[in-house]
Write a protein that binds this ligand. Structure first.
Ligand code: NDP
Ligand code: 8X3
Length: 255
């Protein structure tokens, strides 16, 4: 797959799926604009992809929940980085896993502010230029949690159902503009996701993947890159990507 000359913007690039997307797009020849809060990790990644692929990149320290910072980040981009061909809306997280009646307000707000409002702020900042150019692509990282609801995960699942609705809504609103909109919805992926969900409890995080083989960030990145590499008349609109051991959000073979 060759994306040379294309500029891709990947949110949440400091870890997991986002980090793997940076490597995959860089290996395919794309120029990579990336953001996360832990910008020192992005600088290390930029050095890595330059060394391994000679890739051109630019790192932004950005909290996608901060509406003004998102708008300022894009209006302040160097001219060479202002034309973005592909947006990968990946930044996201889960916090907590407990019945709704015991849930934490802070956890709920963090998930909704990041997964839903952050995705909206970034998309709103980038889409007008894509529409004006008559081309572009938005690839949202949804989840199996956007297709099913599982016990103790209501708010995370609600946030990913919102991503599914926003993907569908964007596709309707952008129809006829030349801008394609897709979602890649993974099942269990071994990243820092579970550690973040359990507020750093590594033992609990490891149980998430016990007895089964999860996807890696690279498995998901390969599919995101495939979606971005389709010819302009093809839109790979929705992909559900599961580990072979997983049949649904709750049915996982751990034998
Ligand atoms: P990781 O925790 O490994 O990575 C999450 C990334 O999101 C990090 O780079 C983090 O960067 C970034 N991020 C979180 N909050 C913010 C914020 N406020 N502003 C900017 N960046 C932020 O998890 P994954 O790679 O697994 O998660 C990536 C996406 O994939 C998420 O949307 C998640 O919901 C989705 N997903 C994950 C699955 C899994 O099983 N792992 C399955 C299905 C979907 P930093 O902290 O440096 O800001
Ligand atoms: C992450 C997958 O099943 O842990 O979106 O919610 S799951």
């Amino acid at each position: 797959m060759n994306l040379s000359g294309q500029t891709v913007f990947i949110t949440g690039a400091s870890s997991g799926i986002g980090r793997a997307c940076v490597s995959a797009f860089a290996a395919a020849g794309a120029r990579v604009l990336m953001c996360a809060r832990r910008v020192e990790r992005l600088h290390q990644l930029a050095a890595e992809i330059d060394r391994d692929h000679g890739a051109d990149s630019h790192a932004l320290a950005l909290d996608v929940r901060d509406r003004e910072a998102v708008a300022a980040a894009f209006s302040g981009l160097p001219a060479a980085w202002q034309q973005i061909d592909v947006l990968v809306n990946n930044a996201g997280l889960s916090r907590g896993l407990e019945p709704l009646q015991q849930g934490s307000h802070d956890d709920w707000e963090e998930m909704i502010d990041t997964n839903v409002k952050g995705l909206l702020y970034v998309s709103r900042a980038l889409l007008p230029a894509m529409v004006a150019r008559g081309s572009g692509q938005v690839i949202n990282i949804g989840s199996i949690a956007g297709r099913e609801v599982y016990p103790s995960g209501a708010v995370y699942c609600a946030s990913k159902h919102a991503v599914a609705a926003l993907t569908a809504g964007m596709r309707l609103d952008l129809n006829g503009t030349g801008v394609r909109v897709s979602t890649v919805d993974p099942g269990l992926v071994n990243t820092e996701f579970a550690r973040v969900r359990f507020h750093g409890d590594q033992q609990r995080a490891e149980q998430t993947y016990s007895g089964m083989t999860p996807l890696s960030g690279a498995d998901v990145a390969e599919v995101v890159l495939w979606v971005a590499s389709r010819p302009a008349h093809v839109n790979a609109a929705e992909i559900l990507l599961l580990p072979s051991d997983q049949a649904s959000a709750t049915v996982v073979d751990r034998s």
